[in-house]
Write a protein of this length. Structure first.
Length: 230
């Protein structure tokens, strides 16, 4: 077992997710993870079936990087979510600000299937997702599914970016008024949104049934929601 080494995570590395028809970036940013006496990286541990060890590694990394830039913290949390979030109660979302419908909490939505769509107003893949997402919302809102579209402030000028978010909501997505848009840096980190879009599908009991950090086809989106409605 290696006990002291450095791993560089490259910006440009991608992987093909042919079943969804997209290419997903493996790493949202370039950074070093320095491991001193921690054994193998979590990806190797997880691949070897050592999920508890991988989670312990990620928990330690999260503590050590709690003041790191957003993208690194979100990336670590994303890997934790991919290993353990499904089957657990969806983490609460505490909004710093919001657009459209008031958003109280995920707790207040218990009894309803919920689709969480994490996005960024300047994201190309998010814009490409917009038309399919709107058609899905139109089809499934009538069946009792609630859609929530959390985002965060990515720019220093929050007032200016809030206007950009509002414009994207109205023009790019044409969301109905029922779709809440909570703005929360904390939620975007907790749900591991190092790349946008990211989806989480939450059942009537508030349990995450799927966590999918990439753009989805309309057919794949519909299938995921159909699973919530069973």
């Amino acid at each position: 077992m290696l006990s002291n080494f450095r791993v560089r995570l490259p910006t440009s590395t991608t992987r093909s997710t042919a079943s969804q028809g997209v290419t997903e970036p493996l790493f949202a940013s370039s950074f070093d993870v320095v491991l001193w006496g921690k054994g193998l990286p979590e990806s190797v541990l997880a691949a070897a079936g050592k999920t508890p060890e991988a989670l312990r590694f990620l928990e330690t990394s999260a503590r050590e990087q709690e003041k790191a830039p957003y993208n690194l913290r979100a990336r670590i949390q994303k890997r934790r979510n991919q290993l353990e979030l499904v089957g657990k109660t969806a983490p609460e979302i505490r909004a710093e600000d919001h657009l459209r419908a008031d958003f109280a909490s995920l707790q207040s939505l218990r009894g309803k299937p919920v689709v969480l769509y994490f996005w960024w107003q300047a994201c190309g893949d998010c814009k490409a997702q917009a038309a399919a997402l709107r058609r899905v919302i139109d089809r499934y809102a009538a069946k009792g599914v609630t859609f929530v579209a959390p985002t965060r402030f990515y720019e220093d000028d929050r007032a200016a970016e809030r206007e950009k978010i509002a414009k994207a909501v109205a023009e790019t997505y044409a969301f109905p008024d029922s779709v809440a848009v909570p703005i929360s840096d904390e939620a975007m980190v907790r749900y591991g949104v190092s790349a946008t879009p990211t989806f989480a599908f939450v059942d009537r009991r508030g349990v995450v049934r799927q966590y999918l950090p990439y753009r989805m086809t309309e057919e794949r989106l519909s299938a995921a929601i159909d699973e919530l409605l069973k």
